[in-house]
Write a protein that binds this ligand. Structure first.
Ligand code: NAD
Ligand code: MG
Length: 404
């Protein structure tokens, strides 16, 4: 065990990845201390975490929630409460921080992830949207500022484990012919398009293998999650879209594979529990116990594979077309998806409208060169406004359709 404890900031600590991260940290108090915790507005959950982990800072992005947290913690722990989104960047880049777990959901995670990269931190990246949206900027900052990017998304973590990696954590493509990105297929893998038209948010969030936040659960059901992951893989491993093949593997036991020129295929296997990739990222290059049960292959019995069906799941094609279009197209795709998923979760559109909103947004927003954060944020904003206008148009269509 190292004599000096590493300091960790957990951004998005009240979410699914955040809670799993704290569970791994709880098992290794001699190796890590929690420097800061951050969430959007869940006061009770963050208060509880502060009492247990005694961080130096707690951030609530919502100012009213920050005031409420401050009142709740007053007199019971020394944690300083900060409010507002800029505080996320402070706790991601502060001198006292070694490791940043980027586990905020959506584009809201980009500025803090970028701040961690610019400060040369070790970044455990769960927030795939920040890479999809600002991959050019983030990867350039990682390289220029000597940051270490360790992928936490289970597929990318598996690929990282199966690839040659140098001492600084930079993966090498030497001898690799293809990356095989596995997908569970989600809860609607065997559903027809007609059945998916009637799908409710709760059905979309009932993932067969993983327990996750609602946004990523809907993405998994539409296969947009695999599309975002395809983009994520291109950035992290410096690949082209055609180097990545999506393979549906319903059991989620193999978390992805790397195929080499000599015919070898290396795979990483494990139970579908995010504490494995989280522990890998925290301990890298050493291994840490995670609390995950050992894999029982005999009980699993079968590992099956299928081709993805892009006719029923057009989001995968839309994501691939965005990587191929390059520039800010990926930011536009991501923003349109975030708007569409929120509308679906609110009951405003049907599940099958998700790709419609994204495709029309991609058609209408002009792609630019993502030279800096301002350009990327502008593309994100334009895409959100366009997607909102498309939602209004679809509302009309749905309403008219219902009258017949
Ligand atoms: P979640 O919805 O469970 O949690 C999201 C966290 O982000 C919460 O703590 C919330 O308070 C915080 N948050 C939300 N909006 C915010 C904002 N505007 N500013 C600051 N904080 C905000 O989500 P999750 O399932 O834990 O996923 C988090 C990220 O990890 C996503 O990008 C997701 O794609 C990725 N991921 C998740 C899993 C998983 O198993 N859950 C697996 C792979 C990747
Ligand atoms: Mg994943």
């Amino acid at each position: 065990m190292s004599a000096v404890r590493r300091s960790v900031s957990v951004l998005g600590s009240t979410g699914s990845i955040g809670v799993n991260t704290l569970d791994v940290l709880r098992q290794h108090p001699q190796a890590y201390n929690v420097y800061a915790l951050a969430a959007h507005s869940s006061v009770a959950a963050l208060a509880q975490q502060c009492l247990e982990f005694q961080p130096q800072f707690a951030v609530m992005v919502d100012d009213d929630a920050a005031a409420a947290l401050e009142r709740q913690l007053h007199g019971s722990c020394d944690t300083r409460v900060l409010g507002g989104p800029a505080a996320l960047e402070e706790i991601a880049s502060a001198d006292g921080v070694d490791v940043v777990m980027a586990a905020i959901v959506g584009a809201a995670g980009l500025p803090s992830t970028l701040a961690a990269a610019q400060a040369g931190k070790t970044i455990l990246l769960a927030n795939k949207e920040s890479l999809v949206m600002g991959g050019h900027l983030l990867m350039a900052a990682v390289r220029a500022c000597g940051a270490t990017l360790l992928p936490i998304d289970s597929e990318h973590n598996a690929i990282f484990q199966c690839m040659p990696v140098d001492a600084g954590g930079v993966p090498s493509k030497k001898g690799i012919s293809k990356v095989l990105l596995t997908a569970s297929g989600g809860p609607f893998r065997t559903w027809t398009t007609q059945q998916m038209q009637q799908a409710t948010p709760d059905q979309a969030c009932a993932h067969p293998n993983w327990s996750m936040g609602r946004k990523i659960s809907v993405d998994s059901a539409s296969l947009m999650n695999k599309g975002l992951e395809l983009i994520e893989a291109c950035w992290i491993f410096d690949l082209q879209a055609q180097d990545v093949e999506v393979v549906v593997h319903p059991q989620s036991i193999i978390h992805s594979m790397v195929q080499y020129v000599d015919g070898s295929v290396l795979a990483q296997l494990g139970n579908p529990d995010m504490r494995t990739p989280i522990a890998y990222g925290l301990g890298w290059p050493a291994r840490l116990a995670s609390g995950v049960a050992p894999l029982d292959l005999v009980a699993t019995a079968q590992l099956n594979f299928e081709e993805p069906d892009e006719a029923r799941f057009p989001c995968l094609r839309l994501a691939r077309e965005s990587v191929e279009a390059g520039g800010t197209a990926m930011a536009v795709c991501n923003a349109a998806n975030e708007v569409a998923v929120a509308a679906f979760l609110d009951g405003a559109i049907r599940f099958t409208d998700l790709p419609v909103v994204i495709e029309r947004t991609l058609e209408r927003v002009t792609v630019a060169e993502p030279t800096d954060l301002v350009v990327v944020e502008l593309a994100d904003k334009q895409a959100r406004a366009t997607a909102a206008a498309i939602l209004a148009e679809l509302g009309g269509i749905t309403h008219n359709a219902q009258q017949h």
